[in-house]
Design a protein around this ligand. Structure first.
Ligand code: NDP
Length: 448
């Protein structure tokens, strides 16, 4: 925090010590502090209202025990969390993550990032995040259902359509949302759309499944267009093979790009000439329905690389990290540069470490941060809230057209708030400033 402290003439250290952020949350705060420092310095109202400091501590952190019974009749216990970071722009909004690596630090960092992302969409949504250290992998369908029901027994008392509207994230897809929302409906008698990413029969929105991946590709395309280029014919490396990655691949290929890698936590696959559309259809079914591992998936013209990340495997023009946080470290960033990548857009939340981002800046690689590049998911979730509140049914075209509009607008906001670094737009700073100004103006207006 020294940059912020000295450049902005503030003493934040005592407050930082009080909140004592974990490493992920600290790195998120530091990124934002560096970006928004000049904005705060030039605005007396922000300084007087101490908007930056007030945004560091969430409105509340809800932590609870989740107890459930496994198929063998044994009792299992997990942590559950919901971090309601700020509702200054609208109801708390952000996903639930079920993964054994989830800690309160992970969720603090994700909730903080979510506030900026949601502000950038221009929609009336605040920021939050939640989840559990439950591991859905290897669990039966019934075990996942019993866990989701137990999780919702606690969570239901804290959420509501104008209070807090959770969605999915890693380990929480349509199946889990269905079980969670089903239990919410049983307990509360409400079918009020309190969750987004719902299966269609439960009030879900056509296009929500595709939205995050599609939005990331649209953002990357806008970055390319801004430099007089296009995505058509580009070689695109993607990591992950979950919701974001699969639909990023789908739209990239529709736009004429060649998808040359995908991955999961076991390893990566590479395609010298690019995946075919038949292979992608097969992979979506294999991952979404069969829940298979890439290690066991066979395809023509494809190689499997156990325990490898995609970044050094093949030459490419564009990289879309769509798996998880900190999956692109300094050496990976250098490998991407060596492989010819010129544009990186984050489909996942903070997949690139601070050091990796520095490599991109130094080398003049155009970098789109997750806050902006993956905001299509939450933007479309907000359409789902509108659909449910108005008791209507949107078409897929309606959702996806509006999604494109939101992504183009976010791109413009980033450009208009960004400095140039090494001859390229500094989208990271642009996104932080664009989101921060909206949050800060609302905090000032709200008083203390
Ligand atoms: P999924 O659970 O559907 O997919 C996650 C993918 O990442 C899987 O292929 C998974 O492999 C892989 N993965 C997870 N952890 C690791 C790891 N430690 N190392 C390597 N690979 C890993 O999640 P989503 O696609 O929904 O989310 C992906 C990212 O996008 C997350 O950062 C999420 O926060 C972000 N995001 C998601 C949004 C959404 O709408 N879904 C919206 C905005 C951001 P495996 O199956 O082997 O675990």
């Amino acid at each position: 925090m020294t940059t912020m402290t000295s450049a902005c003439n503030y003493d934040l250290s005592s407050l930082i010590d009080v909140i004592n952020p974990g490493p992920l949350y600290r790195s998120a705060i530091e990124e934002v502090a560096e970006s928004v420092c000049p904005v705060i310095e030039s605005n007396k109202a922000y300084q007087q209202a101490r908007v930056f400091e007030r945004l560091l501590i969430p409105d509340r952190v809800i932590r609870f025990r989740v107890e459930w019974v496994n198929d063998a009749g044994g009792v299992e216990v997990n942590f559950g969390w919901r971090i309601e970071h700020t509702n200054v722009l609208g109801p708390y909004k952000g996903g639930l993550r079920f993964h054994p690596s989830v800690t309160e630090d992970t969720l603090h960092f994700l909730a903080y990032e979510q506030c900026f992302k949601n502000a950038l969409t221009g929609q009336p949504i605040g920021g939050g995040k939640g989840g559990s250290n439950f591991n859905p992998k290897g669990k039966s369908d019934n075990e996942v259902m019993r866990f989701c029901q137990a999780f919702m027994r606690e969570l239901q008392r804290h959420i509501g359509p104008s209070v807090d509207v959770p969605a999915g994230d890693i380990g929480v897809g349509g199946r889990e949302i269905g079980y969670l929302y089903g239990q919410y409906m049983k307990i509360t008698k409400q079918r009020d759309g309190v969750m987004t990413g719902k299966p269609l029969g439960l009030g879900g929105l056509l296009g929500r499944t595709e939205a995050t991946g599609y939005g990331t590709v649209t953002f990357a395309e806008e970055m390319l267009k801004h430099n007089g280029d296009s995505i058509d014919g580009k070689r695109v490396m993607i990591s992950g093979s979950g919701n974001v990655a699969l639909y990023a691949a789908e739209l990239a290929m529709e736009k004429g790009a060649h998808v040359v890698t995908m991955s999961d936590s076991g390893g990566s696959i590479s395609f010298e000439k690019g995946m075919t559309s038949e292979q992608l259809v097969e992979l979506i079914e294999y991952k979404e329905v069969q829940r298979g591992r890439l290690a066991n998936w066979k395809g023509e013209g494809m190689s499997y690389h156990p325990e490898a990340r995609p970044w050094s495997l093949v030459d490419a023009d564009v990289a879309l990290p769509c798996a998880t946080q900190h999956e692109v470290e300094k050496d990976d960033a250098a490998a991407l540069v060596d492989r010819g990548v010129k544009v990186v857009a984050e489909g996942a939340n903070m997949p690139c470490t601070h050091q990796a981002r520095s490599v991109f800046h130094y080398k003049g690689i155009v970098f789109g941060p997750g806050k902006a590049a993956n905001a299509g998911g939450v933007a479309t979730s907000c359409f789902e809230m509108s659909q449910n509140a108005s008791h209507s049914t949107w078409t897929k075209e309606q959702s996806l057209d509006k999604l494109t509009g939101v992504m183009v607008d976010i791109h413009e906001q980033c450009v208009s708030n960004a400095p140039m670094v090494n001859g390229v737009v500094d989208y990271g700073t642009g996104a932080d400033r664009g989101g921060f100004i909206k949050l800060a103006d609302a905090i000032v207006a709200m008083g203390v």
